[in-house]
Design a protein around this ligand. Structure first.
Ligand SMILES: Cc1cc2nc3c(=O)[nH]c(=O)nc-3n(C[C@H](O)[C@H](O)[C@H](O)COP(=O)(O)O)c2cc1C
Length: 212
């Protein structure tokens, strides 16, 4: 009897872990309303290291933020950030949450499981980042950018794109009452290992996000 209970408990744990980190289609991003661009530019700020909020972010809010960073616009003809030579985004964005880590699939507006466990304690030494409900991790995809005439040396194109992506996020997130902070500090080896990156994929920066 005790054995049966243990087996059932183990099965339940496995099921819960799998269910918590399953691939999922995101709700449509919000594309109307919100605060005006000039008011947002006037207010833009990083969440403070000492008083970074901890509020949960809904799936619609996450969808909106990811769309602002790397989503299709112009009826599917372009992206919300300028990409060199109109190439598809060559920065991959991972949404790392306590429930698992997910790659943002901009084609399908979906989250694809990259790791089923909470990797936040592994990838950062900053307490407020570990406690954030969502931490975005930006990773260069050198193959996606190509290297015509050496123009992508040192992943320059990916660094440029991640700057545009994160600035879009600052503005969209603020309009939703969400704080973010652009950061280069991270445990790079752990990020590569836990997100199962390829040898030539380089973590560029991270951005913790939380509702105020
Ligand atoms: C290139 C760059 C790297 C940064 N890296 C970190 C970091 O590793 N840790 C951190 O807490 N903040 C980091 N920041 C956030 C800045 O410290 C913050 O943006 C700065 O204090 C300016 O504040 P503001 O964004 O509110 O204007 C970084 C910002 C930039 C632009």
């Amino acid at each position: 009897m005790v054995q049966k209970i243990i087996v059932l408990a183990l099965l339940l744990c496995c099921f819960t872990a799998i269910a918590a980190a399953a691939d999922e289609k995101l709700p449509d991003p919000k594309k109307d309303g919100g605060d005006g661009i000039f008011a947002l530019l006037e207010r833009r700020a990083s969440g403070g290291r000492g008083d970074f909020p901890k509020g949960a972010i809904s799936r619609e809010e996450l969808s909106t933020i990811l769309w602002a960073a790397s989503g299709l616009n112009r009826n599917g003809k372009g992206w919300t950030v300028p990409m060199a030579m109109g190439k598809p985004p060559y920065v991959n964005i991972f949404a790392v949450t306590p429930e698992g880590a997910f790659l943002y699939d901009w084609k399908n507006n979906a989250l694809v499981t990259a790791n089923e466990k909470n990797i936040l304690p592994d990838i950062t030494g900053d307490g407020f980042v570990k406690e954030s409900p969502v931490v975005l991790v930006f990773v260069s995809d050198p193959e996606g950018a190509g290297d015509a005439s050496g123009i992508n040396a040192g992943n320059a194109l990916a660094f440029i794109a991640s700057g545009a992506m994160t600035q879009n996020i600052y503005l969209a997130a603020d309009s939703l009452g969400i704080s973010g902070r652009y950061m280069v500090s991270m445990k790079t080896d752990a990020v590569k290992r836990e997100l199962k990156l390829k040898e030539n994929e380089v973590p560029l920066c991270i951005m913790p996000l939380a509702k105020r």
